[in-house]
Every structure is written in C-alpha cells, then in structure tokens.
Design a binder for this molecule. Structure first.
Ligand code: ACO
Length: 401
C-alpha cells in the first residue's frame, strides 16, 4: 500500500473536483444527512423531533457540546446568554455610519468581525472558547435587532431574562416605548422551528468557509464573519430573500407561474427558480416539508392571507409536474417557504439572510470547534490545475501593443 502523500510526491497527482461536489473535506460527528432519502439528524436526533420538542437553546447546546443539556446546564447557558447580550456602546457608532441602504448581511459580518477588537483574547484557551462561544450566540441576536432599530431611527431594546431566545429576539426587534410589542405564541413557535431547522447542515458553503478560514487559526469571530459573508450569496442563504423577490415579480406580472418555470428551463437564460434545487438533496428537503406546514399554520393563526403563499404553492406544483425538474430531481429547499413566514412576522425582506445566519450560528460554532480539536487538523489549502501561459518574458511598457 502507498499513502496519499507519497503518491502525490511521486506522481504530482491532483484531484480536480469543481465545487467539491464529491470531496469529503473532513470527518464529522455533528450532522447526518441522507440526500437520497431526505434525512437530517443533529447528533443522531431527527430534525422532526427537535422541531417538535426542543428549544433553540437546547438545539444550540446539543450541536456545540454533543448532547442535550441537563436542566442545570440549560439554566446556566440561559443566564450567560442574557449576561452577554449588551454590546459595547462604541459599536453603535459603527451602525450609525453605515449608509442607510447598506445590506444587513454586510453590516452583520463587519460587526461580528469587529467583536475581537472590543473583546480581546482571554489567555486561558478553554475559558476563551467558552466565553467567546456564548458571547457570540448572545450578541448576534443583539446586533441583528440593533441594526434594524438604528436603521429605523428607533431606540435600541435589550433582552428580558424571563423570555426565551426566540421571544427575546422578537422583543428586541419590535418592542418600543411608543408601541409595546405583543408577543404571540404562534410567532415565537414558528421562529423557534425555523431556527432549529437552520441550525446545521454539514459541509455547506458557509460552514466550509468557517472551517477553511478557521483552519488558518483565526479567532472565532473572524471565522464566523466569513461564514456570514458566504451565506449572503443568493445561491446559499440569500436565497430566502431572492425567493420573495421572485414571487413578488410573479405577482406583479399577473401571477403567471408557467412563464417563470419556462425561463428557469431555458439554458440561454441565467434565471433559476430560487428556493429550488440542492447539491445534496435529490428528494424533497425535509426542512422544506416542515417549513411549508409552519407557514400555513402561522398565517392561519394570525388570521392572515398572503398572495405570495398562493403563488409559491402554484409555482411548486407547476415545477414538480415538469419533466425538466423531475429529471433533475429539483424540489423546493428550505428557503422556498421561510421568506413567507418571515414576512408574516414583520421581518424586513433584506433581513431574511440575517435570520438564517442567527439560526446557523450554533452549527458554524460546532463545526469550528470540531475542526480545531481534530487531531488530524491541517491548514486548508487546495491545489489547482494551472491553465495559464508558459514562461513569458516581461515586456517594458513602451513596447506593449
Ligand atoms: N432552477 C432551474 N434549474 C436548476 C435549478 C433551479 N433552481 N437548480 C439546478 N438547476 C439545474 C441546472 O441548470 C442543471 O441543469 P443541467 O444539468 O441541464 O445543466 C441541473 O439542474 C443541476 O444543477 P447544478 O447547478 O449542477 O446543481 P448544484 O448542485 O451545483 O446547485 C444549487 C445547487 C446552487 C442550490 C442550485 O440548485 C440553485 O442554484 N438553486 C437556486 C438557488 C437556491 O435556492 N439556493 C438555496 C440552496 S439551499 C441553501 O443554501 C440553504
């Protein structure tokens, strides 16, 4: 037998795998996914059971520490989340100086990265990890709500110790001295389920970004900031915003779903049905199954209707009957229905990817921790197949044509 290092040294052999579609970048005991059968489990627990019974805090603890918390552990975790929730007063100046139309994902990734400047490293490594992890889960919620409040010119609201993680976020987003926000059970429930469904998804683009950047041994804030940046893209977490924009365009165009499906099929048109397709799922995304139900129940409980939900249903039915989508195993993914739920909650459209980021944070942290503790840890440094010119002489500027 010959090991891969020796083989590489002797042959110069490099594997080329565009988009890493068939490359395992790590071993992991966090999340199990079966894309053919539509199975998703965190630390072995099916996503359906967590969505039904767990709190978001419990799910975060499970992903990060490997098992569900005891009552004492959960109480301690909750108290720490409340303690860490305020952000340094000087960080407000950052918010105030972003242009009014700055995208909230750009703001969030910058703010998270800047946390290291405000909260310097603790010398004891275990303590540093413990504090940084909890601080981040707490402060991302404050930063997201604060960015909304400041952009609207409203007073910043801090969390209440008696509220759950999800209820507190809604409180911080929407409560004000002028108009107190009524916390509705159905809205809190929907947000809890959505954040649990988003909490981890093995080696997706943003998680791989966190691991790759983290492999250079940057601090956790910087690694997470890179994950937020990757998530921003419309092919990844930005898809929830793109779905709503697409559904709006269909509505404004008179509700003709068929013409959008036809556009998505046209190889000469770069348009794709947003919220459709997945690198790993070749069947219905199990999270989308739950999301569709959450949307339906939330709107029902709030006594609201949304034309976009009807359009989404019709678009889904049209695509799922179409040979193009059938033959390519293209089904709705989680992003297809989340935007409609966020709209019903009153979340502004450009904040949808931020909502995804808050939910995904525990997964990013768990994956980062697993990677830095991996005894086989290595700096991530892929290779390439060079296709440029052979050695070429330098041409002085006045001889160039
Ligand atoms: N609409 C129309 N056609 C599609 C779509 C879509 N949404 N998704 C894939 N296809 C087609 C491709 O054009 C390709 O067709 P071809 O074989 O004729 O060339 C085939 O299906 C395979 O597509 P790939 O791009 O090779 O699949 P990949 O695994 O690389 O892409 C992705 C996955 C990026 C998610 C893709 O399905 C897509 O762009 N979807 C829309 C954006 C979206 O919803 N992103 C969210 C993903 S979930 C998440 O990140 C949380």
């Amino acid at each position: 037998a010959i090991d891969i290092k020796t083989l590489r040294a002797r042959t110069g052999l490099i594997t080329l795998d565009p988009g890493y579609a068939n490359t395992g970048s790590c071993t992991s005991s966090i999340t199990f996914m079966d894309g053919e059968r539509g199975i998703l489990r965190y630390r072995g627990i099916p996503i359906q059971e967590l969505a039904q019974q767990a709190s978001f805090k419990e799910t975060a603890f499970l992903l990060i520490h490997g098992s569900l918390p005891t009552r004492d552990e959960l109480t301690q975790f909750s108290e720490q989340l409340t303690d860490y929730s305020p952000v340094h007063e000087n960080m407000r100046l950052f918010f105030q100086n972003f242009p009014p139309n700055a995208h909230p994902m750009g703001i969030l990734s910058s703010m998270v990265n800047s946390l290291r400047s405000f909260y310097p490293e603790i010398a004891n490594e275990d303590e540093e990890i413990k504090v940084t992890v909890t601080r981040l889960i707490s402060k991302i919620r404050t930063l997201a709500a604060m960015s909304y409040k400041i952009s609207m010119g409203y007073q910043v609201i801090y969390p209440r110790p008696d509220l759950s993680y999800c209820a507190n976020f809604l409180h911080m987003m929407f409560d004000s001295t002028v108009r107190p926000y009524e916390l509705k059970e159905e809205v809190v429930h929907a947000l809890r389920v959505i954040w649990i469904l988003h909490a981890d998804h093995e080696q997706n683009c943003s998680t791989s970004a966190v691991r790759l950047v983290g492999s250079a041994r940057v601090n956790l804030y910087a690694a997470i900031s890179s994950g937020i940046t990757a998530l921003w893209g419309p092919l990844h977490g930005g898809a929830n915003q793109a779905v709503i924009e697409m559904l709006e365009a269909i509505r404004k165009g008179g509700g003709d779903c068929r013409s959008f499906v036809e556009r998505a099929k046209n190889p000469n048109d770069s348009f794709r049905l947003m919220g459709f397709g997945h690198r790993v799922y070749k069947t219905y995304d199990p999270r989308a199954v739950i999301m569709k139900e959450v949307c339906h129940k939330l709107l029902g409980a709030l006594g609201r209707s949304d034309a976009l939900l009807d359009i989404a249903r019709e678009l889904e039915a049209t695509a799922l009957e179409d040979e193009y989508f059938i033959s390519r195993n293209l089904y709705p993914n989680i992003d297809f229905y989340t935007g409609i739920a966020f709209r019903a909650m009153g979340i502004p459209t450009n904040m949808f990817p931020v909502m995804f980021a808050i939910g995904r944070l525990p997964g990013w942290i768990a994956q980062w921790l697993e990677s830095i503790r991996d005894p086989h840890w290595k700096l991530s440094r892929p290779r390439q197949i060079y296709t440029g010119p052979k050695e070429t002489a330098y041409t002085p500027i006045d001889q160039r044509v």
